[in-house]
Design a protein around this ligand. Structure first.
Ligand code: SAH
Ligand code: SF4
Length: 387
């Protein structure tokens, strides 16, 4: 069909946040512009964090107008933003340009010991999820679609702008010593975790593209060591990830140490049972020399007994110091799972320690704003349907 005036407007704009630097250079060359425009634009998008072409003052006026016509910068609308009472957890509900809803979370961590203050974005990689884990609010929605690289990048930039405009400092009474303190303010994102809605390795190409964009030195410049991909356990994709030049952290949603138990809450276990999953993790460790985190959502009376703690240890002891367990007390969803008591969690962890398995527990946070991903959207849609 020839391009006429009436149909140019309906042509889809290029989302610049979906393009790597070489792709953006190519994009400019196709429009008769010198390739160095790409670096200039990357600076505006990822360092100055602008959202409007008119602010890009080192680009000629005519080019700025052309960009406004043909391109966009992560088009999405914030439908709801919630801050926890202590303001350390902030959650947004974003509406994508086709009306799909996704969630992203910013988590702010005060400095502990030697480690400095952190600002971590929990990013969604799909609208919905196809894997149906029974304890997960997103899993109960079913799968809508993959997110584009630009839609993944835009979530990080949203919080980067928010922190830049209003830096956060940890305030309080450190370790209960009665001495008020305030940390140096933080004005940038230090980490991202792909632990929002969706399964990152099911959307492999767009996820890797987004991570490469965020890693670019001339752009956002976030180190691969500050990025964590969490997966339900897609074995072929784990193997592929081990061969990537970009060496990000890998977290595996394990949640049970036997096939029988894992199969009850995680349907994927039928396709990729534990033996295959652990073999892929061993090969990943051999290929990368990197530690793997095993996430273990604690479900009271289901997977938190002493017996399962021993079985989990036996499974992971062969991985030696390359395995770390992150115990996660389950966040309440509409499913009937409960978090174990503090005492049960300690007992479970002590058994892991006795076997020499390194482990930690994720501090519960943001319950007052429905922290588990998928819950804000579920609530929002319920309210919308009632209106
Ligand atoms: N699909 C990926 C990443 C998104 S889920 C995965 O499954 O790993 C991120 C983490 O949150 C996973 O470990 C997941 O099992 C966990 N999770 C899901 N529902 C949860 C809930 N209700 N409470 C606590 N953690 C939950
Ligand atoms: Fe999907 Fe991960 Fe939720 Fe399972 S836990 S349903 S893989 S988002």
């Amino acid at each position: 069909m020839p391009i006429t005036k009436s149909n140019t407007n309906s042509l889809k704009k290029t989302d610049l946040l979906s393009l790597t630097l070489p792709q953006l250079q190519q994009w400019f060359v196709e429009r008769g512009e010198p390739p160095f425009r790409a670096k200039q634009l990357y600076g505006w998008l990822y360092q100055r964090l602008v959202t409007d072409f008119s602010a890009m003052t080192n680009l000629p006026q005519s080019l700025r107008s052309q960009l406004a016509q043909e391109a966009s910068i992560g088009p999405m609308v914030v439908r709801s933003e919630q801050h926890s009472k202590d303001d350390r957890t902030r959650k947004i509900l974003l509406e994508l340009d086709d009306g799909k809803l996704i969630e992203s979370v910013l988590m702010l961590y005060p400095p502990i010991g030697e480690s400095s203050v952190r600002a971590t974005v929990c990013v969604s990689t799909q609208a919905g999820c196809a894997f149906g884990c029974t304890f997960c609010a997103t899993g109960q929605m079913g799968f809508d679609r993959h997110l584009t690289a630009g839609e993944i990048v835009a979530q990080v930039l949203f919080f980067a702008r928010e922190l830049r405009d209003a830096p956060w400092s940890a305030k309080g009474d450190r370790e209960g010593r009665g001495r008020p303190y305030s940390s140096a303010p933080i004005d940038h994102i230090t980490n991202i975790v792909l632990m929002g809605m969706g399964e990152p390795l099911h959307n492999y190409d767009n996820v890797l593209q987004a991570l490469r964009i965020l890693n670019n030195l001339d752009g956002f410049n976030l180190g691969a060591r500050h990025m964590t991909v969490s997966t339900v356990g897609l074995v072929p994709a784990i193997r592929k990830l081990s061969q990537e030049p970009l060496q990000v952290n890998l977290a595996i949603s394990l949640h049970a140490p036997t096939d029988e138990l894992r199969g009850q809450t995680m349907p994927i276990n039928k396709k990729y049972p534990l033996e295959e999953l652990l073999a892929a993790c061993k090969d990943y460790i051999a290929a990368t020399g990197r530690q793997v985190t095993f996430e273990y959502v604690l479900l009271a009376g289901v997977n938190d007994t002493a017996e399962y703690a021993h079985l989990l240890s036996e499974l992971l002891v062969p991985l030696k110091q390359f395995a770390h367990v992150n115990c996660i007390p389950v966040n309440a969803t509409s499913a009937d799972f409960k978090s174990p008591s503090g005492e049960s969690i300690r007992a479970f962890r002590n058994i892991l320690f006795e076997h020499g398995v390194s482990n930690s527990v994720r501090a519960e946070r943001g319950d007052d704003i429905a922290a588990a991903c998928g819950q804000l959207r579920t609530r929002f849609e319920k309210n919308r349907n009632q209106q």
